[in-house]
Design a protein around this ligand. Structure first.
Ligand SMILES: Nc1ncnc2c1ncn2[C@@H]1O[C@H](COP(=O)(O)OP(=O)(O)OP(=O)(O)O)[C@@H](O)[C@H]1O
Length: 688
């Protein structure tokens, strides 16, 4: 017969094994830490990359955010990542708020013991009431004493909870800010060629997921390192419940009853293995599922976004979108997929329709019913046993889920650390950097055999392009569609990196100049210029942000671009918020966005172009700017505005003394415009 010990004996039993365990735990953990340093020389990037491979598919890679399966290889990789990153990461948190961090760790451990303590305290009250009914040996003072103790315990628990939550909140917000800041800083440092690499893009996406995990998105299947600290709470809770159960059933417990007790406790934990069901953290495990989920989202956004509406209507894409979405959605919901059921096996097929947890919960009572026959057993012990058993199941499940998510978050931490070490590919090596040589008469450019091929393309967009421009000269680049004019513009602006050839600027190899330093000396209008969903002031002012609040500077730039009348006609002038997405405008000028923000104002293509030219003119007037590059700057302008813009370019590139002070390159399809230049470069299609 299993016996339940009187409650007053529990604490001695509780503390002794705990003390022994913690001593052993400390010894074990220190030896593990040594094992966790495999001494590998691989970079964190390589380790992360290795973790993204799909077993049995050497070419395939997991999609960003996909869960890593629990394999030997992945376990080793997670240890390698942990050994490379965790210390540094902990150091970062420690450097922010060392005392708060210590307080958080201790409060998490302490909070874990509270439920067991709560159960113990309540059991004592129940025992006292049992005394009243059974023996009449009841003291009101003792009951009040216990009740007062319980009230104080509840009060202290809630005070501790509030303090701990506030502390965690502060710590979490600080680290969240630091992480987001690091992430933003690194993203802004990256240039286009670096981000064009699909692996780097995936890396940054995973790093982004890691940073987002600090927003408390655990329900998304992510776990921030702060949540990992909660493992301490769960662990101490688990241990305290085990110790209580152990001390309650310590003596004379028959093997059968112990087995029933253990099995009935473990059963709910085993259910997920017996009956495989998809939980939120499993959803990304399968690469095929991830691809389907991505496809489904792509189709949904095609269907819902206003930006694609014209193409969807004009090209009759509706049925195609719906068909593709339905296929992907049905697959992600597991509809019409008999094979998914066959993988679960006959036992789970039998058990799935029956909720057997209730049966096993009932079984947990069997040992108690038997135990209750013993005269020594009190109602308090019964309650304590029951609640500890249930808490044990619940906490174990939480613990398992948390460990599982922590395991996944290690890979995201690896991605974050690796992403922080990525260097922009256009950045020259520090020992090779040359300072930019300023030329007050305009930029001297010499291009020799420039070649460029877009990633993934087999045909070069530029093949051996050579030309030279003396300071202050004007070059018109003309050519057919697709002949590489915009590509050349992006290379000259150091947005794209050319493959082979040489580009010298003021006699300096451009690859040895810091791109950011070079960009201070150029002003440009891109063919696909940006339309910011912001005020007219911001749309123009970003051309030279130092003057964004100087109304006179913005008005002057607009005047040069022949956009003054446009600004005057806007309802709130410079402060009018512009509608950036053309497609959001309906023939009636009303959209959902308009309804939310009635001050948004739409512009025509030509009007937007004037705004873009004004933006370039904000910067073009600066004395340090030596190159003005305009890619189809007047394609949507009427003839009068076009002439005005070219007159202004002429004016801006001439110094007050009459000499030239800026080199100008403009790209155009119109030969009449090209004749305004000193030199004309004809671009030919590579495949012609
Ligand atoms: N992102 C890209 N990926 C692959 N190929 C590209 C990409 N962008 C452009 N191309 C290809 O590079 C070539 C040159 O394109 P580019 O935009 O430079 O031509 P363009 O002369 O400016 O054309 P247009 O007169 O139509 O503006 C084209 O054949 C185009 O298909």
């Amino acid at each position: 017969m299993m016996s339940l010990k009187p409650i007053h004996c529990y604490w001695q039993d509780l503390l002794l094994p705990f003390a022994e365990w913690s001593y052993r735990g400390l010894r074990d953990s220190s030896s593990k830490r040594i094992l966790a340093h495999p001494g590998s020389s691989r970079s964190i990037y390589d380790v992360w990359l290795d973790s993204t491979t799909i077993p049995g598919d050497s070419m395939g890679r997991l999609l960003p955010g996909a869960h890593r399966s629990l394999t030997n290889k992945n376990l080793k990789l997670s240890l390698e990542i942990a050994s490379k990153c965790i210390l540094e990461f902990c150091g970062l948190i420690w450097s922010l708020h060392p005392y708060r961090l210590l307080a958080m760790i201790s409060s998490n451990i302490f909070r874990g013991i509270l439920p067991a303590f709560r159960g113990y305290s309540q059991a004592m009250i129940i025992d006292e009431i049992q005394c009243l009914f059974s023996s009449g040996d009841f003291t009101l003072t003792r009951l009040f004493h216990l009740l007062a103790f319980e009230i104080i315990r509840m009060g202290s628990e809630s005070v501790l909870d509030t303090l701990a939550t506030n502390n965690e909140q502060t710590l979490n917000n600080s680290i969240r800010f630091v992480m987001e800041h690091k992430q933003m800083e690194q993203r802004l440092r990256m240039d286009i060629p670096t981000m064009e690499d699909p692996v780097t893009r995936d890396l940054f996406q995973e790093a982004d997921l890691f940073v987002r995990s600090f927003n408390g998105m655990s329900s998304f299947g992510l776990l921030s390192p702060f949540d990992v600290i909660r493992l301490l709470t769960l662990f101490s809770e688990l241990v305290s419940h085990i110790v209580i159960l152990y001390s309650l059933t310590l003596n004379d417990t028959p093997v059968l009853l112990s087995t029933i007790s253990i099995l009935s406790t473990l059963y709910p934990l085993l259910i997920p293995w017996l009956i495989p069901s998809r939980t939120y953290y499993d959803q990304n495990q399968n690469p095929r599922q991830s691809r389907l989920a991505e496809k489904q989202e792509r189709m949904r956004s095609l269907a819902q976004s206003d930006s694609y509406r014209p193409e969807v209507i004009v090209f009759g894409l509706g049925p195609w979108i719906l068909r593709n979405w339905a296929v992907a959605r049905r697959a992600t919901l597991g509809l019409g997929q008999p094979q998914s059921r066959s993988t679960t096996g006959p036992l789970s097929a039998l058990l799935t329709p029956v909720d057997t947890t209730g049966l096993f919960t009932a079984l947990q009572n069997v040992p108690l019913v038997l135990a209750l026959q013993a005269s020594s057993v009190s109602l308090g012990s019964f309650t304590l046993y029951r609640s500890s058993l249930q808490s044990l199941v619940y906490t174990s499940r939480n613990f398992y889920n948390t460990v599982h998510m922590a395991y996944q978050s290690i890979f995201l931490l690896g991605a974050f650390t690796a992403s922080m070490q990525i260097k922009p590919s256009m950045q020259p090596k520090s020992e090779k950097v040359l300072p930019y040589v300023h030329s007050p008469r305009g930029m001297k450019i010499e291009a020799r055999n420039i070649c460029f091929t877009y990633p993934g393309s087999t045909v070069p967009a530029l093949n051996n392009v050579s030309f030279s421009l003396e300071p202050g000269e004007t070059l018109a680049v003309v050519g057919f569609n697709g002949s590489g004019k915009s590509t050349l513009a992006n290379i000259l602006l150091r947005v794209f990196e050319f493959g082979s050839g040489n580009l010298f600027v003021n006699g300096c190899d451009i690859r040895r100049v810091e791109p950011a330093e070079y960009h201070e000396h150029v002003a440009a209008v891109f063919q696909g210029f940006a339309k910011f969903h912001a005020s007219a002031r911001a749309n123009i002012g970003v051309g030279y942000v130092a003057d964004i609040h100087k109304t006179s500077a913005i008005e002057r730039a607009a005047e040069l671009a022949d956009a003054r009348h446009l600004l005057d006609s806007l309802p709130k002038g410079l402060n009018t918020n512009l509608e950036a997405t053309q497609e959001a405008r309906t023939p009636f000028g009303i959209t959902s966005q308009h309804c939310q923000s009635s001050s948004r104002h739409g512009l025509s293509g030509g009007e937007w172009q004037r705004i873009a030219i004004s933006r370039a003119f904000m910067r073009a007037r600066r004395p340090e700017v030596e190159l003005l590059l305009f890619d189809e700057p007047t394609s949507s302008l009427d003839a009068h505005a076009q002439n005005r813009v070219f007159d202004t370019i002429e004016e801006l590139s001439t110094s007050p003394s009459g000499g030239r002070c800026k080199t100008v390159i403009f790209i155009t399809h119109r030969l009449s415009t090209a004749r305004r230049a000193d030199k004309i470069a004809m671009m030919e299609n590579v495949y012609h």
